[in-house]
Design a protein. Structure first.
Length: 243
């Protein structure tokens, strides 16, 4: 489904962000990207979408991430930005959610049905007519996620999805992510969320992949995490299995 092959990237030549990064993600796999600040988690998501140029090979659904293929690739990928204010640009939640489906060729009836179905799935029907500037940070975050899910992407890319969520909405998000039969890449410092929603983890450090393996194993390895400026998930912090 998604593939990086010997990828290099830097914003400045003297400061490489990614150095010879290679990995593959199978259809339906849930991958967590973890690492300290500046290790390239968000950069990987943006490269997959063709928002940043890189050296090396990147493919999405067999298509190379090149200018000619970007329209097809971006219809396959749903991207939830870290800052919801950069994603919600229409006056109301409904207008944001229906904008892309209409532009992708759905009829107004089809797009309306998709909006309603998505809002019901997320228990957010009360936000449908809400003005974006009148919502709390958590409400706007959930609305931004609903906007992307209304597109029915084949793969979901999420950058710090639990930011600004209260415990109730965070738990709802976890249930939703676990139920969605999609390929997912979740970049987050919320290691508890990663543990509950991802079956595999890539640990990034110094621009490289420091570890790649089952989330249930890597996120219990206290020594590994602390060596890369991370800590055990809170749910495991008092657990003797954290080694």
């Amino acid at each position: 489904m998604l593939e990086f092959e010997h990828v290099f990237f830097s914003y400045e030549k003297e400061q490489p962000i990614l150095t010879d990064v290679s990995f593959k993600i199978a259809p339906g796999e849930q991958l967590g990207l973890i690492g300290a600040n500046g290790t390239g988690k968000s950069t990987i998501l943006k490269i997959l979408l063709g928002l940043l140029p890189c050296t090396g090979g990147v493919r999405v659904g067999g298509l190379p991430v090149e200018k000619a293929c970007l329209p097809q690739i971006r219809r396959k990928l749903g991207y939830v930005l870290q800052d919801s204010d950069n994603q919600m640009f229409m006056p109301t939640v409904y207008e944001d959610m229906i904008f892309a489906p209409l532009n992708y060729g759905l009829s107004r009836t089809e797009a309306d049905a998709r909006v309603d179905e998505t809002l019901q799935q997320l228990a957010l029907t009360h936000l449908k007519r809400r003005h974006n500037h009148k919502m709390s940070g958590g409400e706007k975050r959930m609305a931004a996620i609903a906007t992307i899910l209304a597109l029915r992407p084949e793969a979901l890319l999420m950058d710090e999805p639990s930011i600004a969520l209260d415990p109730c909405n965070r738990r709802r998000l976890i249930h939703i992510l676990r139920a969605l039969p999609l390929t997912k890449i979740i970049a987050s410092h919320d290691l508890d969320l990663i543990l509950e929603t991802c079956d595999r983890v890539l640990l990034l450090s110094g621009g490289r992949i420091a570890a790649d393996g089952p989330a249930s194993e890597l996120l219990r390895d206290r020594a590994l995490l602390e060596a890369h400026r991370l800590e055990l998930p809170l749910c495991l912090s008092g657990c003797p299995e954290g080694r």
